[in-house]
Design a protein around this ligand. Structure first.
Ligand code: NAI
Ligand code: 13P
Length: 550
């Protein structure tokens, strides 16, 4: 069973517990109490996996819960205090009592295509019970919460997912989402289309189309060698056909190709499609800079969020655990609050207004995702991208996630130069520190309206990505190799990467031209320095002196 939370917040562990309790409450939960260790309280999304294994997902609808206001509402501050107490006292147990429920839960085991059942009202009390060692809890509090629940699992349609791009990361992300769509047949169509930039590859001495190899051998032998792909991942050489009828488009290709891709897709996708960009880069034209996800959104007249984190494709493809961050600002027109009348809350144009990362109302009038699809919000994206080996953190700060992912590539190149020159970890740390300051400064200078610098400090898309990129990723590795061999990094990209791309080269160029056009390049000495080295105007050995001027 998959449960969904409306108005879900990171701190809302009590509603999660409440829902967990419902899962284990059995078919007739008119009076039920459950108890489980507090350590589960801080893991809001864990219930997905836990509940998912209980019963066939295709037989179970999605429940939507919204905290109500009676009989005794729990404020988010109380909820946070309570959660934090629980996390600090792992030996305490929680008691969660479902005191009333207007309809037995068995009622919800409906045919997904059947009629929607009516609103159901629940009252839940959450309290601390005796700790495991029988001490009295130091804070004995009772929190009550009631919830309106509607069954919204009777969606007539499921989301269709298409991945645009099939390189090293593109194929890895396609693999993991195809695994998820198989696991959540109640939300997603099983087959995932992956658009492949067609090329010839040689396999077992035979020259074949890459798409044909992927669809028969279930491996992307060129960009992700040795990794078995799910059979429900379908490689498609036609961009328009791959994206046809997809409600979720995942963009994952080197950023220099996205303009051309959008031109081809424009007018050929569902008007209510939504996107997630896994691309690390920015779009620069003259003195204008755009986040890739917003560029995509503008071009295709849809909303597009961003995924970024400390993610090395080959490690994730081998199912080595890591984490990532997804920034998604659910458009107001897609916020289907469970009001029981089958319509989204809000009215008229106000409900359709959506603001961009600069706080401006976007020009495009978005077409809402129809109500017969599961609402496209944080929970659905979490279900789509989460794997046991891929932990997803959902945020709303599109700027922090996008700029963290794009600009760290410039810093990674600087670190490769430093190490190639013969300096070591301490020098690289200085470069990383300086780099992060410039990223934050950049975000504050050009996106002051919405940047949340905490994203860069706290999320995988910030410092996490910086560290992995400067110690293990391609931009670092191959810029180091370039200095060691005394050749240009472009030359190394041509000869060593078998078609893969180093995003840091073009990002450095684009960001520097943007800063120059604005007359502020001197405020970003590290970015300027990397651009100078790439141009051959500055020597790597000059790094410390330029640094001192910062
Ligand atoms: N590889 C990694 O570990 C990670 C990469 N990323 C980001 O993901 C994005 C995609 O990177 P990868 O999948 O690694 O790509 P990649 O570096 O493997 O790039 C090659 C891809 O570009 C395609 N391509 C070549 N010419 C093209 C053209 N004219 N039009 C369209 N596509 C063309 C190739 O077919 C291939 O799929 C990048 O922005 C990268 O920064 C993010 C996290 C991890
Ligand atoms: O973004 C990445 C790590 O998080 C991958 O970076 P590279 O493109 O340098 O391999």
């Amino acid at each position: 069973m998959l449960l969904r939370l409306v108005n879900y917040k990171k701190t809302a562990s009590i509603p999660c517990l409440l829902l967990r309790t419902l899962c284990s409450a059995g078919p007739k939960p008119n009076r039920s109490t459950s108890s489980f260790p507090c350590s589960t309280a801080g893991l809001p999304h864990s219930f997905y996996q836990n509940t998912h294994s209980q019963g066939g997902p295709s037989r179970h609808p999605i429940l939507k819960a919204k905290a109500g206001s009676s009989p005794k509402p729990t404020t988010s501050r109380q909820s946070r205090a309570f959660s934090s107490h629980l996390l600090n006292n792992p030996n305490h147990h929680l008691r969660v009592a479902l005191s009333s429920c207007s309809t037995p839960l068995r009622y919800y085991s409906l045919d997904p295509l059947g009629p929607a059942p009516p609103l159901c009202r629940l009252s839940i009390a959450v309290s601390l019970a005796a700790p495991l060692n029988n001490e009295q809890p130091s804070h004995s509090r009772t929190y009550s919460q009631s919830a309106n629940m509607t069954v919204s699992g009777t969606f007539r349609r499921k989301h269709k997912v298409a991945v645009i791009g099939s390189g090293n990361w593109g194929t890895t992300v396609a693999k993991l989402v195809a695994e998820s769509t198989s696991e959540h047949p109640d939300i997603f169509e099983k087959d995932v289309q992956m658009w492949v930039y067609e090329e010839k590859v040689t396999v077992d001495g035979e020259t074949r189309n890459l798409t044909e190899v992927i669809n028969t051998k279930h491996q992307n032998t060129k960009y992700l060698e040795g990794i078995n792909l799910p059979t429900n991942l379908v490689a498609n050489p036609s961009l328009v056909d791959a994206a046809k009828d997809a409600t979720i488009l995942i963009f994952n290709l080197p950023h220099e190709f996205i303009g051309n891709i959008c031109r081809q897709l424009k007018g050929n996708i569902l008007p209510y499609a939504r996107g997630i960009s896994c691309i690390k880069g920015v779009t620069v034209t003259d003195d204008k800079i755009e986040l890739i996800c917003e560029f995509i959104g503008e071009q295709l007249e849809i909303y597009c969020g961003a995924l970024s984190g400390a993610n090395i494709a080959s490690e994730i493809a081998n199912e080595n655990w890591c984490e990532t961050t997804i920034a998604y600002n659910t458009p107001p027109c897609d916020r289907h609050v469970a009001n029981g009348n089958g319509h989204a809350n809000g009215n008229g144009n106000a409900a359709l207004e959506h603001r961009d990362s600069r706080g401006r109302i976007i020009k495009t009038q978005l077409t809402p995702v129809p109500q017969d699809y599961p609402p496209l919000d944080h929970d659905v994206y979490h279900a789509l991208f989460s794997r046991p080996y891929f932990t997803v953190s959902m945020v709303s700060d599109v700027v922090g996630v996008s700029l963290g992912g794009a600009l760290k590539n410039i810093v990674a190149i600087a670190c490769g130069f430093v190490e190639g020159h013969g300096w070591n970890m301490t020098a690289k740390t200085a470069v990383m520190r300086r780099g992060m300051l410039e990223i934050i400064q950049f975000a504050r200078e050009f996106y002051p309206e919405t940047i949340e610098p905490a994203t860069l400090w706290e999320e995988s898309a910030g410092w996490g990505d910086m560290i992995v990129s400067c110690t293990a990723a391609r931009n670092w590795k191959y810029s180091k190799m370039a200095v060691e061999r005394g050749v240009s990094i472009q030359e190394i990209e041509r000869t060593e990467l078998n078609g893969q791309k180093l995003q840091g080269i073009s990002t450095s160029r684009e960001v520097s031209s943007f800063l120059r056009a604005r007359g502020v390049e001197d405020k970003y000495p590290l970015f300027k320095l990397v651009d100078g080295i790439l141009d051959g105007k500055v020597n790597v050995a000059d790094i410390p002196s330029l640094f001192r001027k910062a």
